[in-house]
Ligand binder design. Structure first.
Ligand SMILES: Cc1cc2nc3c(=O)[nH]c(=O)nc-3n(C[C@H](O)[C@H](O)[C@H](O)COP(=O)(O)OP(=O)(O)OC[C@H]3O[C@@H](n4cnc5c(N)ncnc54)[C@H](O)[C@@H]3O)c2cc1C
Length: 620
């Protein structure tokens, strides 16, 4: 129950600021773990809003959504309920690359997330704009005690999670025009940036951009190519049996040399090129003006026309993110097949905003400067709903764990893409908005989208993040996998067990069914796990050896407050980096860019010596 104190202040265990993708997962996770949580956000009508692309998942990102779901998060179930087109990307490549993606009904997705938040016990959703952070203590022991919101009201709490996205001192650009705001039609937050700077946080600027949206009634689809969804759409959530509802097609068209000439001729009016925007944006998700400059030899760029929902004609023009002036955006569409008569409903724009370089965080997303203060999402220099949701979930869980005096939850790089994401952020920092790719994960074959539940639901169960029914569902699946494995080991074909037979390249599950018809009854999910476990056994075993080596380094803990100054032999560059990042283990130290194997060996020798000399009980 929320307590109202005599001063009129509100009191909660955990406060989450901002109900975007990070904030909603953070608040839901903390509340699921029993913390009395408040989720404060500027506008209740934008809970879970997709600022940019009306889609969830994609390469590297789809895996994260499956992991969020395996940890009990909302994103997977929300997109299953509101998706309008589902596709498994990279289906022709190996299973490590399979990445689910779905177009969302943007408005319905947002409503679904809001509904899930509203249904959650222990969670209060409230419209309030936070203006400043309240802390107590000195530089060495500063801790968060609450926040003040517009109107002067105060919320007190020992844990605050900031998930304010693109809204900190945000400035939107379309051509020469500049408007304060983190998203079209919305305002900006200045007080929080001021508070953070006063507390000694370093803030920097990034930018991102979004394309125009057009009225689908004015598109000539005959001049475009159709892109249908999968015939058998697969859901994101391990709890969803199937995806229901008709699949809506997307459409493809292309830019051409005339469009590129027009853009070149107007580059001086693009804020990125006129000097109006100085900050960096996502390199892999460039604006159309960037593409035309950087890939000058290309005659065309692909454009996906993506419906924003079932009950609106608005269409998202994916591939032409731009901050060119309105008249150039109009002129550009006059030259693109299918869009010659398209009416722009919302113009493209770029937004610049403050983020907090994430080396200022511990691996459980609590800030180093202020105890009890956590950051998650775009504020950490990432981009994307999935990356934000994942960080939110972990920050929420960790805030709740700290309140109950438990160890933080840190996922390893070999356990989850979420582990890779957070480790990259806190260990290496960012020099452009960070998004996930499969190539960032060194153990991709272990971190497949299909086995996220087997990897993470047991951890979530131990942490108190998932309900009993989800756990039981996994237990049933594991029992069934073991039963089917048993069958394959006890039946034979061509003088070998079916398990060995399945290792052959040409042998698929359907071939096995011919040999043992009762396998036709096995569910697709179980058949897939058994097939991958058998076919990739060798690779998986090799990755497991490397994981074990890393694990040994990870177990060498570096005590909090370790005095690097006292390590005279350490190179100055290494000392400075280690003092800035303050790694928690030798494995994390080894991943800091510029830290050499020799530095790690020196640290290891010193830590072992220290343990022998002083405290045999200290964990290594
Ligand atoms: C123009 C634009 C283009 C983008 N382009 C891309 C892209 O191409 N690819 C991509 O992957 N991602 C893109 N994104 C980013 C994507 O929207 C974010 O990565 C994602 O939404 C981040 O989630 P979040 O939860 O961190 O923040 P957000 O979704 O931004 O949510 C922040 C929430 O905090 C609330 N809030 C802010 N200040 C306060 C306050 N003081 N008090 C209370 N509540 C507050 C806001 O109202 C909002 O609800 C784009 C975003 C924008 C705005």
């Amino acid at each position: 129950m929320m307590n109202i104190m005599s001063t009129g202040d509100y009191q909660f265990d955990v406060l989450v600021i901002g109900a975007g993708h990070a904030g909603t997962e953070a608040a839901l996770a903390a509340a699921r773990m029993g913390a009395k949580t408040a989720l404060l956000t500027t506008n209740l009508d934008t809970v879970g809003q997709m600022s940019c692309n009306p889609a969830i998942g994609g390469i590297g990102k789809g895996q994260i959504v499956r992991e969020i779901d395996a940890l009990g998060g909302a994103m997977g179930q929300a997109i299953d309920a509101t998706g309008i087109q589902f596709r498994m990307l990279n289906r022709r490549k190996g299973p490590a690359m399979h990445s689910p993606r779905a177009q969302a009904d943007k408005k319905r997705y947002q409503e679904e997330i809001k509904r899930i938040v509203e249904e959650q016990p222990n969670l209060t959703l409230r419209q309030d704009a936070v203006e400043s952070l309240m802390t107590e203590g000195g530089d060495d022991d500063r801790r968060i005690v609450g926040v003040q919101v517009r109107g002067g009201f105060v919320y007190r709490s020992p844990a605050v999670i900031l998930t304010t996205g693109t809204f900190l001192q945000a400035l939107m650009h379309t051509g020469e025009s500049k408007t304060p705001g983190g998203r079209a039609g919305e305002g900006t937050s200045t007080g929080i940036s001021r508070s953070l700077e006063q507390l000694g946080f370093r803030l920097e600027r990034f930018k991102t951009g979004t394309p125009p949206r057009v009225n689908g009634r004015t598109i000539d689809y005959d001049q475009t190519e159709i892109q249908p969804g999968d015939d058998e759409p697969e859901p994101f959530s391990f709890l969803s049996e199937r995806v229901t509802g008709d699949q809506v097609p997307c459409w493809i068209t292309y830019t051409n040399p005339q469009v590129h000439e027009l853009i070149q001729a107007n580059l001086h009016r693009a804020p990125m090129y006129s000097g109006q925007i100085q900050s960096s944006g996502p390199r892999y998700c460039p604006s159309i003006e960037d593409k035309v400059v950087r890939f000058a030899d290309k005659d065309q760029h692909q454009i996906f026309l993506e419906p924003e929902g079932r009950h609106t004609r608005e269409v998202y023009v994916n591939g032409v993110s731009t901050s060119l002036p309105r008249d150039v955006q109009e002129a550009m569409f006059r030259l693109i097949p299918g869009l010659q008569n398209a009416e722009i409903m919302r113009y493209g724009y770029a937004v610049e905003y403050d983020y907090c370089p994430p080396e200022q965080l511990r691996p459980w997303l609590e800030t180093k400067q202020v105890a009890g203060l956590y950051f998650a999402g775009q504020i950490n220099g990432t981009t994307g709903y999935e990356e934000a949701g994942a960080q939110g979930l972990l920050a929420g869980a960790n805030a709740a764990l700290k309140l109950s005096g438990q160890e933080p939850l840190v996922l390893d790089r070999n356990q989850a893409y979420i582990g890779v994401l957070i480790d990259d952020l806190v260990t290496c920092g960012v020099d452009e908005p960070y998004r996930m790719f499969t190539s960032r994960a060194e153990y991709r074959l272990l971190l497949r989208q299909d086995n996220a539940d087997r990897r993470l639901t047991p951890i979530a169960k131990q942490t108190g993040l998932v309900e009993e029914s989800r756990w039981r569902k996994l237990e049933d699946k594991e029992t069934e996998i073991a039963r089917v494995m048993g069958l394959l080991k006890s039946h034979r074909a061509e003088q070998v067990t079916l398990a060995k037979y399945l290792r052959r390249n040409e042998v698929t599950w359907d071939v096995l069914i011919e040999r043992l018809p009762e396998l036709a009854e096995v569910s697709t999910q179980v058949a897939r796990q058994v097939t991958y476990d058998i076919k990739y056994e060798g690779y998986i075993a090799r990755q497991a050896v490397e994981v074990e080596r890393q694990q040994r380094l990870a177990e060498k803990r570096i005590p909090d407050g370790f005095d690097y100054e006292s390590l005279g032999q350490l190179r100055t560059e290494a000392r400075e980096k280690l003092m800035r990042i303050r790694p928690v283990s030798l494995a994390q130290a080894a991943r800091i860019s510029g830290i050499t194997p020799a530095d790690v060996a020196l640290l290891l020798a010193y830590l072992e010596q220290r343990i022998r000399d002083h405290s045999p009980a200290e964990s290594t």
